[in-house]
Design a protein around this ligand. Sequence first.
Ligand code: CA
Length: 361
Amino acid sequence: MKILLIFFSLLITACSTNVTVVKNDKNDKIVIAHRGASGYLPEHSMAAKAMAHAMDVDYIEQDVVMTKDNQLVVLHDHYLDRVTNVAKVYPDKKRKDGRYYVIDFTLNEINQLEMTEGFNIENGKQIANYPQRFPLWKSSFRVHTFEEEIEIIQGLNKTTGKNIGLYPEIKSPWFHHHEGKDISKKILQVLKSYGYKTKDDLVYLQCFDPNEIKRIHDNLLPELDMEIKLVQLIAETEWKETMIYQDEKFIPYSYDWMFKAGAMQKIAKYADGVGPWKPMLVKDESTKNNLIITNMVKEAHEAGIEVHPYTFRLDSGRIPKYASNFEDMLNIFYYQVDVDGVFTDFPDRAVNFLKGTGLTH
Ligand code: CA
């Protein structure tokens, strides 16, 4: 199919006089389905994963957290309360901060919960994070395990003849360590048991915590006789995405060094790619006539690592003012900024965009 597509692309190019051929050496730009096809179905639901698979993406993302009984489940937060009815089913299991922690529940307990689109509580009412998306509490969705998700992706690869990869994220390893759990080791063991062992296998393992990725690179991978691709996600320090336990207190890990010259060379020593936030590549103050592109992609490519920014969304207010529309935003990032892939909640749009350039992906 790929060869046929290339053939037809060449044929179309050869037969037309006014086709704009996008000049780019690389024809391996990728689309990562962020939490599945999460623009259309509840994030991390099995349905969202199957839909993403049908959209011909290259990779499907799993955020992974650990339960009380050391099972791996696919959820964005290490809390259950943003996407399930946990507060109704287990009202007594909240911690002092009012949150329901995945790590306080067994898999069996989590299996009793209904899952839905993300919501916040405002004035005692549930308000959907994205009002235009799939309605709250409609149909029936459940939290599933990491293994169950690998099995649906591998099963669909078999029945469709495609070869779509995994893009798991280790969520808050600092928190899991503090609770006595080695989530990274468990994720690696599961990946290995399903055949993901080398850099040629279709998996990128991502994490925001540099100390944990270094640990994986230096210790865990050699110990498990594995060598898979690792991605350093980049956050703003103020988001408190990664914390360090110091003097019995958590303090935010400082990402400042990642924005300085030479940072990509340092990351290249332990990772194969970076996952920055979009404004770290194109500054928000950019305009249509004046894109302010940072050096991060250039320096990453010079260091031999890939760049997969997050998150490309169609929802209102999510397209920066320097882009005319979603496809223009993709064009800016894929071909002007020259990223190697994007995380998107609307992966069909990115797949179609790449196909439309005449390049297969
Ligand atoms: Ca993620």
